[in-house]
Write a protein that binds this ligand. Sequence first.
Ligand SMILES: Cc1cc2nc3c(=O)[nH]c(=O)nc-3n(C[C@H](O)[C@H](O)[C@H](O)COP(=O)(O)O)c2cc1C
Length: 333
Amino acid sequence: MMRLYLAPMEGLADPPMRDLLTRVGGFDVCVAAFVRVTHTLLPDRVFLKSVPELAHGGRTAAGVPVRVQLLGSDPACLADNAAMAAALGAPGIDLNFGCPAPTVNRHRGGAALLTEPELLHRIVAAVRRAVPGDIPVTAKMRLGLEDTSLTLVCAEAIAAAGAQELCVHARTKTQAYRPPAHWEWLAPIREAVRIPVIANGDVWERTDWQRIREVSGCEDVMLGRGAVIRPGLARSIRQPQAEAMAWSAVLALVAEYYTGLQTGPSPQYAPGRLKQWLGMLRGAYPQAEDLFQRVRGLRDPLALARLLWPRPGATQASSRMERGSLPGPGMSW
Ligand SMILES: Cc1cc2nc3c(=O)[nH]c(=O)nc-3n(C[C@H](O)[C@H](O)[C@H](O)COP(=O)(O)O)c2cc1C
């Protein structure tokens, strides 16, 4: 059975976005953005802030499990934090071996670990030992740091240490996000390990999903930016006959997203995140341009809300927002 994963995306696939995208439908699993582990056992609140779904059985409102992703390089410390996340109800623990951020890499985290397959093995083994057997421990890697000389060695180390699945973003760190993603690398990785390999990188449309599966032979695919630009992408993969999501429906999601951010723990990010999403939506919906231009210079949350609810009923919607209640799914505003 093929599965669709929503990619971890720090600052983009945040909890309100996960909520919306999984309610639209099509996703089987979400991976939350990384929680950075250095030398301490993180307190509950750090996990709960980054993955508030933990307070609801580790699932989004639509019932899709959200795995907790950890980033770090110290096996024992990662193991302790993984056990803590599992105790808080994480339905899975994912390990980040792909982050390209210079600060993270300087501290031997993320993609930097792809030069140290032996350490990858120790990390995965320690985390696997620390987490109850019924909770999957998985990993996400890029093809390498600067080249692909260790790709297969790294994948094998991760699998041999007991990871249950391996997601591969088909680029090296040096390739950053430059197209194309090197899907041709996924098949040799899949052949080298006995665990499911989840294909990831540059799946923007349904036809990309078909091609990445053909080229890689992987059953399962992780969608990242494509799912943000086309909120109906996962659903359209599941239901090819269904009509593409109309702009009016996307606009309703945008308004809901803004409400979700406003009523969440970090409302100060709401205007920036709203602009970020509208900017990205222009990739698939030219209609987003007009709204993007109008919200661009605005900072006042209420002025932004008025642009999102310009129709009759707007007062109702914004007063709901001011009261801090999150409207449920299926509301017609
Ligand atoms: C804004 C942003 C933040 C990201 N944050 C993470 C992260 O926290 N953990 C991770 O493993 N990958 C992260 N990624 C990488 C994505 O999960 C994914 O591998 C990458 O975007 C390629 O897939 P796509 O072409 O479908 O977007 C991030 C990507 C973006 C664009």
